[in-house]
Ligand binder design. Structure first.
Ligand SMILES: Cc1cc2nc3c(=O)[nH]c(=O)nc-3n(C[C@H](O)[C@H](O)[C@H](O)COP(=O)(O)O)c2cc1C
Length: 401
């Protein structure tokens, strides 16, 4: 990727992740991009104008009422002279100001005055991110066409764990690269939820019931949707495949946690349920490790049904995504079972695949799927899972157009 000749206006607001901004500037400059920084007053508490200036080799703007800056450039011109505006880190505060159109400092004024695409990299405490106010602001901004990268999940500076960490600089640079290339982005402004991988249902603190899902298909779908411009929330069970770039990953273990993460991620335009969710969980999961006792009978596991994630989200009333896509992994009567699943669960499409061991699909690299909709059945040939994902993402873009 090259960003030679591209101009990025980098708006740095007041979050701890501002300490990653020098690395972001370094990577952008390495790709050939010109970088000009706007720093909020609070951003300057975390990173100095001098370091941003030295790395960007460009003046750093901070004051709205600077006579020098206004005569030299003007805040309107500053907002329009770039190819892309990037807010990194984007605090809860600046996202809220963007959502309501406040313009009370140089950064927010520039963001209101711009006619250029905007990418935000949210970074905040997990509770601030999950607060309904922030989530409502993100929905407003996404619907308006603002592009979003992250946040990632992980340990935070505030000693908490969860979604809220700013995406790493290489991922932000990749997102900038794909925004500044002229590829079609038919899903820009759309939010997609994708589930992927297996679930783990605890038997006791050290044992669980799992399945052979690798997460390859679901992760590839998340990547393909992001590639077409969608904001993607990937709710993933325990997998070893890497996180797709530019996708917000929510890691869960059990089916109940997966449902909860999907409901928290609503509203969405499309939901693709590719995860292999356990149908049952252990009702009597032990809180301590079950001990083997000489002569004692093996413990009985009492299984109870897990919540049906596809059916629950497809019945979410006004919060139901416009397009709800389920997966059917079957070893017998594939099409009949998938057609019945489509009707029973109120899905729009079912992607059916035969997971008999002889097919090598479960855990493998290729997949042969049938797309079942209310209009009929379409058989796709055996394809790489990445290619299945690309074709499915293109279909989704057509359906949401
Ligand atoms: C040590 C410290 C760390 C902070 N980190 C964050 C953060 O990561 N994300 C965030 O949204 N706010 C964070 N805040 C709060 C913001 O700095 C505060 O909301 C401020 O008004 C943001 O201003 P700005 O958006 O104009 O830069 C932090 C505050 C302090 C004191």
């Amino acid at each position: 990727m090259t960003l030679v000749g591209k101009r990025v206006l980098l708006i740095v607001s007041g979050g701890i992740a501002a300490i990653k901004v020098p690395e972001l500037i370094r990577l952008l400059r390495k790709q050939g991009a010109g970088v000009t920084c706007v720093l909020t007053d609070n951003g300057a508490q975390f990173v100095t104008p001098l370091s941003l200036q030295a790395l960007s080799e460009s003046k750093v703007y901070a004051d709205l009422f600077s006579l020098t800056d206004e005569s030299e450039m003007g805040h309107i011109q500053l907002s329009r002279s770039a190819d892309l505006l990037v807010v990194a880190p984007a605090t809860a505060n600046i996202l809220a100001k963007m959502a309501v159109g406040l313009a009370d400092d140089l950064a927010s004024t520039v963001l209101l005055a711009t006619d250029k695409p905007v990418l935000v990299a949210p970074a905040m405490n997990v509770r601030m991110w999950l607060h309904p106010a922030t989530q409502a602001n993100m929905t407003t901004l996404t619907a308006r066409g603002v592009q979003v990268i992250g946040p990632d999940e992980g340990a935070m500076a505030c000693n908490e764990f969860g979604p809220g960490r700013m995406s790493e600089p290489p991922a932000i640079v990749a997102a900038i690269g794909s925004l500044l290339t002229s590829r079609a982005r038919p899903l820009a402004g759309k939010h997609a939820i994708v589930t992927s991988g297996p679930t783990h249902e605890p038997i006791d603190p050290v044992r669980y019931i799992a399945n052979r899902s690798s997460g390859r298909q679901g992760h590839a779908i998340a990547a393909a949707l992001a590639d077409l411009g969608a904001r993607v929330t990937l709710v993933s069970g325990p997998v070893t495949v890497p996180d797709p770039p530019g996708v917000a990953v929510r890691r869960i273990e059990s089916a109940a946690e997966m449902l909860d993460a999907c409901q928290t991620a609503l509203p969405a335009d499309v939901a693709v349920f590719a995860a292999a969710v356990a149908d049952w969980r252990v009702d009597n999961a032990a809180t301590g490790k079950i001990k083997k006792q000489a002569g004692a009978a093996a413990p009985a596991l009492n299984l109870v049904p897990n919540p049906d994630i596809l059916a629950t989200i497809a019945a979410a009333g006004p919060r139901r995504p416009r397009l709800v896509i389920g997966f059917a992994a079957e070893t017998d009567d594939l099409l009949a079972n998938a057609q019945s699943k489509l009707r029973r669960k109120n899905a729009d499409w079912i992607v059916a695949n035969d997971v008999s061991p002889a097919t090598g699909i479960m855990g493998g690299l290729d997949n042969a799927v049938h797309i079942i909709s209310h209009a009929g059945v379409e058989d796709w040939p055996m394809l790489a899972k990445d290619e299945v994902a690309r074709r499915l993402a293109a279909r989704i873009a057509e359906a949401l157009a």
